[in-house]
Design a protein around this ligand. Sequence first.
Ligand SMILES: *[C@@H]1O[C@H](CO)[C@@H](O)[C@H](O)[C@H]1NC(C)=O
Length: 276
Amino acid sequence: MTFLMVASAGNFYQDVDINWGDQRAKILNAGQDLTLSLDKFSGSGFQSKNEFLFGRFDMQLKLVPGNSAGTVTTFYLSSQETQHDEIDFEFLGNVSGQPYTVHTNVYSQGNGNKEQQFRLWFDPSTSFHTYSVVWNTKRIIFLVDNIPIRVFTNNEAIGVPYPKSQPMRVYCSLWNADEWATQGGRIKTDWTKAPFIASYRNFNANGCVSGASSQSSCATKTGDPLNNESWQTQTLNASDRNRLRWVQQKYMIYNYCTDVQRFPQGLSPECKRSRF
Ligand SMILES: *[C@@H]1O[C@H](CO)[C@@H](O)[C@H](O)[C@H]1NC(C)=O
């Protein structure tokens, strides 16, 4: 398999396929905007045309407004193998006036159990905000409006599997998960408010694309001014670390690394290494 570095400048017609929900997913404004909707019969979703092995992925989202209880809006990367890798951003809706939960997770070779959940410092349903995943050989960084909220470090050296060999596609969806999503499943989706709508904009993928090209390096420059290769070595500087600490102290509501009740046999080894 060979990889070619590409930068895509955000046209949904060029970059994605609608893979679920038929006309519930709509590409609008000459490819600039995409909306997903959910009704009693189905949700909807789309996937990137390209598969990537490492990269930086940005998406702007405006989540379901008002009573979004029971709904889950997603932006994630996933491979297709059975022992699959996955990097997740999921937004769990709530009743009007109550906060969304941002759920993050990383799967390596079929194993997840790396959840961290956050509140946001703004209402994600009133305007677009940028959610990003940086995925390189050393770490995975989750960002919200360019503020790092989570870093998942490659800890293969201490036996923690890390996603690094299965190409992944970007997937987005809006679906009903009222058996578990909101307040532990106690609050159900109010179908009188359907259709529920989430909006997507400015999808940017800078990464190594899996394909039949003869170019064998993902470090190939395309000459595109949008092509920012710094994701390959991206790490946190002092101010990023301060902002990460701020988010983790004030907005993190769940961390698998502190859940001793759930993991009575012991926390995963990376939990001892990092405060994050
Ligand atoms: C919804 O709001 C309640 C009350 O503020 C909160 O406990 C819960 O975590 C929120 N999010 C979800 C997804 O239930």
